[in-house]
Ligand binder design. Structure first.
Ligand SMILES: *Cc1c(COP(=O)(O)O)cnc(C)c1O
Length: 362
């Protein structure tokens, strides 16, 4: 790979597109004639105003976000949203439905129980989260203030292959590990949120896309920093925003546009995922851990069935020029995260290595 970069399958923070890194490098000491780096400029300056507005505009174009949705640039990671969502949205009937499909949806649910009547409205825990529940398996309360799902399960490697119908109840989705990987119909969601460090930018930025009518009165004790309405009213500038990550987010959105937008990105992501799942489907040694129909295009989880052999695979993959293929500590096995910025070539390299390893170890 260019610049002697390694094949990096990190789940997050993860690869950024090379043209984006090059643009950052070229502007590092003097951003477009401003005489300073983006890391050094006031967030209230004219130059930075162009950056943050440009980031929002580019994201709106790329994701086709309608005007009645606010785009917020926040901090605290997706994990802070687990608390902010109930504080801001569990305020009418004081109850919400959570669908459990893995680690993060469970954490979101546990956090929400502190603020009101969070209820499990569906779960595939009994099946080790190896699939997404079907619509008819969901037990939704029409009085819930919202329904929460995790759209792509980073650790287990599953992804919703449909958008659940929640009637008039707003659907809230954690899209940390799949945002901007393919087109999504934003209008089907009341709110979409994502930690940026998987597919969009360096760590430190959390993106919230929220329908305006949901910006109401949060719970009385809500910290001002956790109030969506305050952040919206101040254009994400109530305090200093994560300036540098927002800048990179702008560059990443512009890079996506230069490729042809999310329809093209989806094609490329499909091609990578098909190569890897095809290898797993034909393998006598490896198997995918998620059932067909629920498999993520971004995080591909697999194992041999033998923990020692899995460990050997991970160890040898490092010697073969790859990194971060070890599964999350909560589930073991292997995981290849193949986000937008991971090139097809990296997946080819991985598949060739898997075939070699299979021939040597079967
Ligand atoms: C990584 C991740 C999180 C946690 O994000 P932080 O920004 O570290 O809080 C939550 N949900 C999903 C789906 C993730 O992939």
């Amino acid at each position: 790979m260019e610049y002697d970069r390694i094949y990096n399958f990190s789940a997050g923070p993860s690869m950024l597109p090379v043209p984006v890194l090059e643009s950052i490098r070229d502007n590092m000491l003097n951003y477009e004639g401003s005489g300073m780096s983006v890391t050094e400029m006031s967030h209230r300056s004219k130059v930075y105003d162009g950056i943050i507005k440009g980031a929002e505009a580019a994201m709106r174009r790329v994701m086709n976000i309608p005007d009645n949705y606010k785009v917020l640039f926040l901090q605290g990671g997706a994990s802070l949203q687990f608390a902010m969502i109930p504080m801001n949205l569990m305020t009418k009937n004081h109850k919400a439905d959570y669908i459990l499909t893995g680690n993060f949806s469970t954490k979101a649910y546990q956090e929400a129980t502190k603020y009101g009547a969070a209820r499990v409205a569906g779960s595939t825990k009994e099946e080790n989260f190896s699939r997404i529940p079907r619509q008819e398996e969901l037990d939704l309360d029409p009085e819930a203030d919202y329904v929460h799902i995790c759209f792509n399960n980073t650790i287990y490697g599953s992804k919703w292959d449909y958008i659940p119908d929640t009637g008039d109840v707003p659907l809230v989705a954690d899209m940390s590990s799949c945002i901007m990987s393919e087109p999504v119909d934003v209008t089907r969601f009341g709110m979409i949120y994502a930690g940026a460090q998987k597919n969009v930018a360096p760590a430190g930025l959390t993106i919230v896309i929220i329908r305006e009518d949901l910006l109401g009165e949060p719970m009385a004790f809500t910290p001002v920093m956790c109030n969506y309405a305050t952040m919206a009213k101040n254009d994400s500038m109530y305090n200093t925003p994560p300036c540098f990550s927002i800048y990179v987010c702008k560059l990443v959105c512009e890079w996506l546009e230069s490729l042809g937008g999310l329809t093209e990105m989806q094609k490329m992501n499909r091609k990578k995922a098909e190569l890897l799942y095809g290898c797993l489907n034909n393998s006598k040694l490896f198997h995918a851990t998620v059932q067909e129909g629920s498999r993520s295009m971004m995080n591909v989880t697999f194992r041999t069935g033998d923990d020692e052999l899995d460990a050997k695979f991970v160890k040898e993959s490092v010697a073969a020029g790859m990194t971060n293929l070890k599964g999350h500590r909560a589930v073991g096995g292997m995981r290849a995260s193949i986000y937008n910025a991971v090139p097809y070539e990296a997946v080819e390299h991985l598949v060739a290595f898997m075939k070699r390893f299979e021939a040597e170890n079967l």
